[in-house]
Design a protein around this ligand. Structure first.
Ligand code: APR
Ligand code: PHB
Length: 396
């Protein structure tokens, strides 16, 4: 016999989407239970991206989670882009009056789990969704070898790209749009003071490279590699050699090296599932959409989705009205597709593509020349990078 629990919102996944949602619901007096397949240590240590849009920082601050973020997060007012022998700094503050904050996703997760008021069930196995099209959905799972059933009013599928929630939407309703890029990103964490105060994106003949950071002592660096590459073929010296070459300038800029403490290779994909809802099941974050990391949007999109979802669920409990719930997918997708476009555009402008010719490279350079030289174009990059306003997504 399954043990039965009851809550208002069953949340699958304790990533940024699930944990922010749970906390926002709590602040609105709505109860939730979060089911996570991994351990707390695993999700708190998992190395992911690290750029927060200004709106995400404001959200976390308003949720009462800003203390460590403001103490340890690195506020950046721009980014550098390098190509050929050129470099341009996009001054976000000047262009659109906004900034970004570099603060690792797993630090956001630690702040969220420390503050969590909802029950988080770690190591929840075989999570499955039932009756989401009726008024009383249920989520079944196993924990410590026992069967459990969570009865709820709503299910939030915040379980990332590989989770079960998206697959619980009937196939006949779901359309998936996907673009897989012909390259991966090899990422490292290195114990070395950042070689630049701000991020550097480099378009180089050998492939894209990115310099980012985590703290005054730790750099996060990426290089574009072929999808067939094996991490074993990338000893530290080879990675540094590529980083020096791809990020290097003719003006004597120096990349500081240090011990590499983490290495991984991640695919680059654009993906959107439509609609992001079916009955009382709502998808949020990576469960519904993926962006290539070049636009630094993944976590921020997840945070945007769950704000829309919280407003809709809160409206339902306060007034009994369904209209925000009904519009959830349309509201999110409008902003999601703009972020898709921006992430695709940054990716296309900065990487080497299989089969490209000298013509394609010159076209990329012309685009970079234009974006850096035109205030209008530079402002478009700045306002997308720092985060589009929410109003723009909800305006009729
Ligand atoms: N049962 C329970 N939990 C699951 C299941 C499952 N079957 N499948 C996946 N999960 C959990 C994962 O272990 C993970 O902790 O769901 C969580 C999903 O979290 P993320 O993958 O981080 O996705 P999301 O919360 O949407 O965050 C947005 O933006 O920076 C990008 O990809 C990066 O994770 C980031 C994302
Ligand atoms: C990171 O710091 O991990 C990072 C920064 C910018 C990106 C992607 C990743 O575009």
């Amino acid at each position: 016999m399954a043990r039965t629990l009851r809550t208002q919102v069953a949340i699958i996944g304790a990533g940024p989407a699930g944990l922010i949602l749970s906390h926002l619901l709590h602040l609105d007096g709505i109860e939730s239970v979060v089911l996570e397949m991994h351990t707390r240590a695993y999700i708190e240590d998992r190395v992911r991206a690290g750029v927060l849009e200004q709106g995400t920082v404001e959200l976390l601050t308003n949720m009462g989670l800003g203390d460590r973020l403001h103490r340890e997060g690195l506020v950046h007012t721009g980014i550098y882009v390098r190509w050929g022998d050129r470099e341009h700094r996009f001054d976000f503050e000047d262009l659109c009056g906004k900034t970004i904050t570099v603060y690792a996703q797993h630090e956001v997760i630690k702040d969220l789990t420390a503050a969590a008021k909802a029950q988080i069930v770690y190591e929840a196995a075989n999570v499955s969704i039932h009756d989401a099209d009726g008024r009383q959905p249920r989520v079944r799972f196993q924990h410590n070898g026992e069967e459990h059933e969570l009865a709820c009013d709503f299910v939030a599928g915040c379980d990332g790209f590989h989770g079960p929630s998206r697959r619980a939407i009937p196939e006949s309703l779901l359309v998936e749009y996907e673009k897989v890029y012909p390259f991966d990103w090899l990422g490292i964490l290195a114990h070395a003071p950042p070689s630049s105060e701000e991020l550097i994106y480099a378009n180089h003949a050998d492939g894209f490279a990115l310099l980012s950071m985590r703290s005054p002592e730790v750099q996060r660096l990426y290089i574009q590699v072929d999808p067939s590459e094996n991490i074993a073929a990338w000893p530290d010296a080879r990675i540094w050699e590529h980083l020096h070459r791809r990020l290097g300038t003719p003006h004597g800029w120096l990349l500081t090296e240090g011990s590499i403490v983490q290495k991984n290779i991640a695919p680059m994909r654009s993906f959107v599932a439509e609609p992001m809802q079916s009955g009382r099941l709502f998808l949020a974050g990576d469960a519904a959409h993926i962006v290539p990391a070049t636009g630094a949007k993944g976590l921020n999109l997840a945070a945007a989705d769950v704000q829309v979802l919280t407003r809709a669920i809160a409206q339902f409990y306060k007034t009994g009205k369904h209209d925000l719930l009904t519009r959830y997918s349309d509201t999110c997708l409008r902003r999601v597709w703009k972020a898709q476009h921006f992430s695709w555009w940054m990716t296309s402008m900065l990487h080497r593509f299989t089969g490209e010719t000298g013509y394609d490279v010159r076209r990329q350079w012309a685009e970079l020349d234009y974006v850096s030289g035109s205030r209008a174009a530079a402002t478009a990059l700045a306002e997308n990078y720092t985060g589009l306003p929410f109003e723009a997504a909800t305006m009729e």
